[in-house]
Ligand binder design. Structure first.
Ligand code: RB5
Length: 148
């Protein structure tokens, strides 16, 4: 599995924490986030990163900003992206099992590092269940294709 990690200025510390987790899990990743001390605009990081996940270059993305909201709104504009804004383990598992989410968004100002690690771990370890869920995700894909 290859993971693309990104964040704006408000997600730098949590991004470092998630890098530590990916190292521990032996998961290969690229860090495309900002190293900035100054303020940047989250769409400038979310949109190109989402395109790289949607293209198949990466299997999953983990996108972090202050709330996770800007990252998730931006990422979900990209065709093929199913980004889940999730700060609990149950939802992180469920969004993989049911929605086949390919991007996890989290907010550094919302969740502590310990819980964020558990959420990311669940997101990375859980498989899509397919079946009736594939049918539902397929309806989203069909809608996206119709509107492009
Ligand atoms: C930056 O201040 C903040 O607005 C951004 O990181 C994010 O939370 C937006 O949704």
């Amino acid at each position: 599995m290859k993971v693309l990690l990104t964040s704006d200025h408000a997600g730098v510390e949590l991004r470092k924490e998630i890098k530590g987790l990916l190292d521990e899990m032996n998961i290969s990743y690229e860090d495309a986030g900002c190293d900035c001390g100054t303020s940047v605009d989250y769409p400038d990081y979310a949109l190109p990163a989402a395109e790289r996940v949607a293209s198949g270059e990466f299997d999953r993305g983990i996108f972090i900003c202050g709330t996770g909201i800007g990252m998730s709104i931006s990422a979900n504009k990209v065709k093929g992206i199913r980004c889940a804004l999730t700060h609990d383990v149950f939802s992180a598992k469920a969004t993989r099992q049911h929605n086949n989410a390919n991007v996890l968004a989290m907010g550094e100002r919302v969740v502590g590092p310990g819980l964020a690690r558990e959420v990311a771990k669940a997101f990375l370890e859980t498989e899509f269940e397919g079946g009736r869920h594939q049918n539902r995700v397929g309806k989203i894909d069909a809608y996206e294709s119709k509107n492009l």
